[in-house]
Design a protein around this ligand. Structure first.
Ligand SMILES: Nc1ncnc2c1ncn2[C@@H]1O[C@H](COP(=O)(O)OP(=O)(O)OP(=O)(O)O)[C@@H](O)[C@H]1O
Ligand SMILES: [Mg+2]
Length: 246
Protein backbone atom coordinates (compact mmCIF):
# COMPACT_ATOMS: atom_id res chain seq x y z
CA UNK A 1 0.00 0.00 0.00
CA UNK A 2 2.88 2.36 0.77
CA UNK A 3 4.32 1.57 -2.63
CA UNK A 4 0.98 2.17 -4.29
CA UNK A 5 0.80 5.50 -2.51
CA UNK A 6 4.21 6.43 -3.80
CA UNK A 7 3.04 5.54 -7.25
CA UNK A 8 0.02 7.74 -6.69
CA UNK A 9 -2.34 4.81 -7.03
CA UNK A 10 -5.46 4.56 -5.00
CA UNK A 11 -5.15 1.71 -2.54
CA UNK A 12 -7.76 -0.67 -1.27
CA UNK A 13 -7.39 -1.93 2.24
CA UNK A 14 -9.84 -3.54 4.55
CA UNK A 15 -11.68 -0.66 6.16
CA UNK A 16 -11.25 -0.15 9.85
CA UNK A 17 -14.30 -1.43 11.64
CA UNK A 18 -15.79 0.44 14.22
CA UNK A 19 -17.74 1.59 17.01
CA UNK A 20 -21.04 2.63 18.26
CA UNK A 21 -20.10 3.54 21.73
CA UNK A 22 -22.33 3.88 24.70
CA UNK A 23 -23.36 7.53 24.91
CA UNK A 24 -23.10 7.42 28.66
CA UNK A 25 -19.38 6.85 28.33
CA UNK A 26 -19.00 9.59 25.75
CA UNK A 27 -20.83 12.58 27.12
CA UNK A 28 -18.22 14.67 25.42
CA UNK A 29 -19.37 14.23 21.85
CA UNK A 30 -22.61 14.26 19.91
CA UNK A 31 -24.93 11.57 21.21
CA UNK A 32 -28.35 10.28 20.31
CA UNK A 33 -30.71 8.14 22.34
CA UNK A 34 -33.87 6.42 21.16
CA UNK A 35 -33.47 8.16 17.86
CA UNK A 36 -36.48 7.44 15.66
CA UNK A 37 -37.33 9.04 12.39
CA UNK A 38 -40.19 8.43 9.95
CA UNK A 39 -41.27 9.79 6.61
CA UNK A 40 -45.03 9.66 7.15
CA UNK A 41 -45.71 6.08 8.21
CA UNK A 42 -42.42 4.83 6.85
CA UNK A 43 -39.96 4.54 9.72
CA UNK A 44 -36.38 4.87 8.53
CA UNK A 45 -34.37 5.18 11.74
CA UNK A 46 -34.66 3.39 15.05
CA UNK A 47 -31.37 3.76 16.85
CA UNK A 48 -31.20 3.03 20.57
CA UNK A 49 -27.93 4.83 21.08
CA UNK A 50 -25.24 6.43 19.05
CA UNK A 51 -22.19 8.54 19.71
CA UNK A 52 -19.89 10.67 17.60
CA UNK A 53 -16.89 11.34 19.83
CA UNK A 54 -15.16 14.69 19.72
CA UNK A 55 -11.86 14.65 17.90
CA UNK A 56 -12.77 11.55 15.89
CA UNK A 57 -13.78 10.91 12.33
CA UNK A 58 -16.64 8.45 11.91
CA UNK A 59 -17.40 7.02 8.49
CA UNK A 60 -21.09 6.29 8.03
CA UNK A 61 -21.60 3.42 5.61
CA UNK A 62 -24.50 1.26 4.55
CA UNK A 63 -26.51 0.29 1.49
CA UNK A 64 -28.54 2.73 -0.59
CA UNK A 65 -31.69 3.72 1.19
CA UNK A 66 -30.41 2.66 4.62
CA UNK A 67 -31.01 6.15 5.96
CA UNK A 68 -27.50 7.64 6.03
CA UNK A 69 -28.53 11.04 4.70
CA UNK A 70 -31.61 11.05 6.92
CA UNK A 71 -29.47 10.29 9.98
CA UNK A 72 -27.02 13.05 9.11
CA UNK A 73 -29.83 15.58 8.49
CA UNK A 74 -31.46 14.64 11.77
CA UNK A 75 -28.25 15.03 13.76
CA UNK A 76 -27.59 18.48 12.35
CA UNK A 77 -31.16 19.63 12.94
CA UNK A 78 -32.45 19.74 9.38
CA UNK A 79 -34.84 16.83 9.88
CA UNK A 80 -37.01 16.37 12.94
CA UNK A 81 -37.03 13.01 14.72
CA UNK A 82 -40.05 11.51 16.46
CA UNK A 83 -40.92 12.55 20.00
CA UNK A 84 -38.81 10.82 22.61
CA UNK A 85 -35.64 11.04 20.57
CA UNK A 86 -32.86 12.87 22.37
CA UNK A 87 -29.86 14.37 20.65
CA UNK A 88 -27.17 15.94 22.83
CA UNK A 89 -24.10 18.04 22.23
CA UNK A 90 -21.48 17.68 24.96
CA UNK A 91 -23.95 16.00 27.26
CA UNK A 92 -26.72 18.57 26.90
CA UNK A 93 -29.94 17.85 25.05
CA UNK A 94 -30.04 20.14 22.07
CA UNK A 95 -32.98 21.30 19.95
CA UNK A 96 -32.97 21.22 16.16
CA UNK A 97 -32.49 24.98 15.70
CA UNK A 98 -29.53 24.93 18.05
CA UNK A 99 -28.03 21.86 16.39
CA UNK A 100 -28.21 23.67 13.05
CA UNK A 101 -26.18 26.55 14.45
CA UNK A 102 -23.55 24.23 15.84
CA UNK A 103 -23.17 22.07 12.72
CA UNK A 104 -21.87 22.29 9.21
CA UNK A 105 -23.02 20.16 6.28
CA UNK A 106 -21.17 19.65 3.04
CA UNK A 107 -23.75 18.22 0.68
CA UNK A 108 -23.07 15.92 -2.19
CA UNK A 109 -24.37 18.39 -4.76
CA UNK A 110 -21.90 21.24 -4.34
CA UNK A 111 -23.57 23.38 -6.99
CA UNK A 112 -26.31 24.10 -4.48
CA UNK A 113 -23.81 25.39 -1.93
CA UNK A 114 -21.92 28.02 -3.86
CA UNK A 115 -23.27 31.51 -3.37
CA UNK A 116 -20.51 34.10 -3.70
CA UNK A 117 -19.19 36.05 -6.68
CA UNK A 118 -15.57 35.05 -6.12
CA UNK A 119 -13.70 32.06 -4.74
CA UNK A 120 -12.14 34.08 -1.92
CA UNK A 121 -15.52 35.49 -0.84
CA UNK A 122 -16.99 32.00 -0.88
CA UNK A 123 -14.44 30.86 1.71
CA UNK A 124 -15.27 33.82 3.96
CA UNK A 125 -19.08 33.42 3.78
CA UNK A 126 -20.32 32.82 7.30
CA UNK A 127 -16.73 32.97 8.58
CA UNK A 128 -16.37 36.70 9.17
CA UNK A 129 -13.25 36.65 11.28
CA UNK A 130 -11.06 34.96 8.69
CA UNK A 131 -7.96 36.94 7.60
CA UNK A 132 -6.86 37.25 3.97
CA UNK A 133 -3.80 35.19 4.83
CA UNK A 134 -5.93 32.42 6.32
CA UNK A 135 -8.11 32.37 3.21
CA UNK A 136 -5.05 32.08 0.96
CA UNK A 137 -3.53 29.35 3.15
CA UNK A 138 -6.72 27.33 3.04
CA UNK A 139 -7.06 27.71 -0.72
CA UNK A 140 -3.44 26.64 -1.12
CA UNK A 141 -3.90 23.59 1.10
CA UNK A 142 -6.80 22.43 -1.04
CA UNK A 143 -5.09 23.02 -4.38
CA UNK A 144 -7.07 26.16 -5.19
CA UNK A 145 -4.23 28.67 -5.18
CA UNK A 146 -4.42 31.37 -7.84
CA UNK A 147 -8.19 31.05 -8.18
CA UNK A 148 -9.23 33.67 -5.57
CA UNK A 149 -10.85 36.06 -8.02
CA UNK A 150 -12.58 33.48 -10.18
CA UNK A 151 -16.34 33.06 -10.10
CA UNK A 152 -17.06 29.79 -8.24
CA UNK A 153 -19.36 28.56 -11.01
CA UNK A 154 -16.49 28.68 -13.50
CA UNK A 155 -14.49 26.08 -11.55
CA UNK A 156 -14.31 22.39 -12.39
CA UNK A 157 -16.47 19.96 -10.42
CA UNK A 158 -13.57 18.86 -8.19
CA UNK A 159 -12.49 22.45 -7.58
CA UNK A 160 -16.05 23.42 -6.59
CA UNK A 161 -16.14 20.53 -4.18
CA UNK A 162 -12.86 21.56 -2.55
CA UNK A 163 -14.08 25.15 -2.34
CA UNK A 164 -17.21 24.10 -0.44
CA UNK A 165 -14.96 22.04 1.82
CA UNK A 166 -12.68 25.07 2.35
CA UNK A 167 -15.67 27.12 3.52
CA UNK A 168 -16.78 24.34 5.87
CA UNK A 169 -13.28 23.89 7.30
CA UNK A 170 -13.10 27.58 8.15
CA UNK A 171 -16.35 27.60 10.08
CA UNK A 172 -16.52 27.31 13.83
CA UNK A 173 -18.90 24.39 14.22
CA UNK A 174 -18.80 21.47 16.63
CA UNK A 175 -20.23 18.84 14.28
CA UNK A 176 -19.15 18.48 10.65
CA UNK A 177 -20.97 16.24 8.20
CA UNK A 178 -19.54 15.51 4.78
CA UNK A 179 -21.77 13.63 2.31
CA UNK A 180 -19.57 11.84 -0.25
CA UNK A 181 -16.80 14.47 -0.23
CA UNK A 182 -14.53 12.51 -2.56
CA UNK A 183 -16.87 11.61 -5.38
CA UNK A 184 -14.98 12.45 -8.53
CA UNK A 185 -11.76 13.67 -6.91
CA UNK A 186 -8.36 12.25 -7.79
CA UNK A 187 -5.95 10.63 -5.36
CA UNK A 188 -3.90 13.73 -4.58
CA UNK A 189 -7.02 15.67 -3.70
CA UNK A 190 -8.36 12.75 -1.72
CA UNK A 191 -5.20 13.06 0.35
CA UNK A 192 -5.51 16.81 0.82
CA UNK A 193 -9.17 16.53 1.80
CA UNK A 194 -8.23 13.76 4.26
CA UNK A 195 -5.50 15.80 5.80
CA UNK A 196 -7.75 18.84 6.21
CA UNK A 197 -10.40 16.69 7.85
CA UNK A 198 -7.77 15.18 10.15
CA UNK A 199 -6.74 18.67 11.21
CA UNK A 200 -10.37 19.42 12.04
CA UNK A 201 -10.39 16.29 14.19
CA UNK A 202 -7.21 17.50 15.88
CA UNK A 203 -9.19 20.61 16.85
CA UNK A 204 -11.57 18.33 18.73
CA UNK A 205 -14.48 18.51 16.31
CA UNK A 206 -16.92 15.64 15.84
CA UNK A 207 -16.89 14.55 12.21
CA UNK A 208 -19.27 12.30 10.31
CA UNK A 209 -18.47 11.29 6.77
CA UNK A 210 -20.93 9.52 4.52
CA UNK A 211 -18.84 7.67 1.99
CA UNK A 212 -18.67 4.62 -0.21
CA UNK A 213 -14.99 5.29 -0.92
CA UNK A 214 -13.07 2.61 1.00
CA UNK A 215 -9.77 4.16 0.24
CA UNK A 216 -10.86 7.50 1.62
CA UNK A 217 -12.40 5.83 4.68
CA UNK A 218 -9.10 4.05 5.30
CA UNK A 219 -7.21 7.28 5.00
CA UNK A 220 -9.37 9.48 7.17
CA UNK A 221 -11.66 7.55 9.51
CA UNK A 222 -11.15 6.40 13.09
CA UNK A 223 -14.38 4.46 13.17
CA UNK A 224 -16.85 3.02 10.77
CA UNK A 225 -20.51 3.01 11.54
CA UNK A 226 -22.69 0.60 9.59
CA UNK A 227 -26.30 1.54 9.09
CA UNK A 228 -28.66 -1.23 7.95
CA UNK A 229 -32.03 -0.58 6.34
CA UNK A 230 -34.80 -0.72 8.88
CA UNK A 231 -36.84 -3.79 8.19
CA UNK A 232 -40.43 -3.13 9.37
CA UNK A 233 -40.17 -2.99 13.17
CA UNK A 234 -36.64 -4.25 13.52
CA UNK A 235 -34.02 -1.89 14.85
CA UNK A 236 -31.41 -0.32 12.75
CA UNK A 237 -28.32 -2.31 13.45
CA UNK A 238 -25.25 -0.43 14.34
CA UNK A 239 -22.52 -2.98 14.41
CA UNK A 240 -19.43 -2.66 16.50
CA UNK A 241 -17.65 -5.79 15.44
CA UNK A 242 -13.90 -5.75 15.71
CA UNK A 243 -13.28 -2.68 17.81
CA UNK A 244 -10.10 -2.41 15.81
CA UNK A 245 -8.83 1.12 16.11
CA UNK A 246 -6.96 3.43 13.80
N1 LIG B 1 -38.19 13.07 1.52
C1 LIG B 1 -38.48 11.77 1.63
N2 LIG B 1 -39.76 11.35 1.72
C2 LIG B 1 -40.05 10.05 1.84
N3 LIG B 1 -39.14 9.06 1.91
C3 LIG B 1 -37.86 9.41 1.83
C4 LIG B 1 -37.44 10.77 1.68
N4 LIG B 1 -36.08 10.82 1.64
C5 LIG B 1 -35.68 9.55 1.75
N5 LIG B 1 -36.73 8.71 1.86
C6 LIG B 1 -36.65 7.25 2.03
O1 LIG B 1 -36.01 7.00 3.28
C7 LIG B 1 -35.09 5.93 3.17
C8 LIG B 1 -33.69 6.42 3.57
O2 LIG B 1 -33.24 7.39 2.63
P1 LIG B 1 -31.83 8.08 2.72
O3 LIG B 1 -31.74 9.02 1.59
O4 LIG B 1 -31.64 8.64 4.10
O5 LIG B 1 -30.85 6.83 2.52
P2 LIG B 1 -29.26 6.83 2.20
O6 LIG B 1 -28.67 5.77 3.06
O7 LIG B 1 -28.73 8.21 2.32
O8 LIG B 1 -29.24 6.34 0.68
P3 LIG B 1 -28.14 6.66 -0.48
O9 LIG B 1 -26.97 5.74 -0.21
O10 LIG B 1 -28.86 6.27 -1.72
O11 LIG B 1 -27.77 8.11 -0.42
C9 LIG B 1 -35.19 5.41 1.75
O12 LIG B 1 -36.11 4.34 1.75
C10 LIG B 1 -35.77 6.60 0.99
O13 LIG B 1 -36.52 6.16 -0.10
MG1 LIG C 1 -27.75 9.52 0.98
Amino acid sequence: SKQRKELGLRTLEKPKMCVCTNPDQQADGITAKNLRFSYGKHRVLNIPSLCLPKGKVVALVGPNGAGKTTLARTLIGLAHPEGGSVISFSGKSCRAADRQKRSVLVMQDVNRQLFAETVATEVVLGNDNLSKEQVQALLGDLGLQGLSERHPMTLSGGQKQRLVIANALASQAELYVFDEPTSGVDYQHLLSISSQIRSLAAKDKAILIISHDLEFINEVADYQLLLQPLDSEINVQLTAPDQEKH
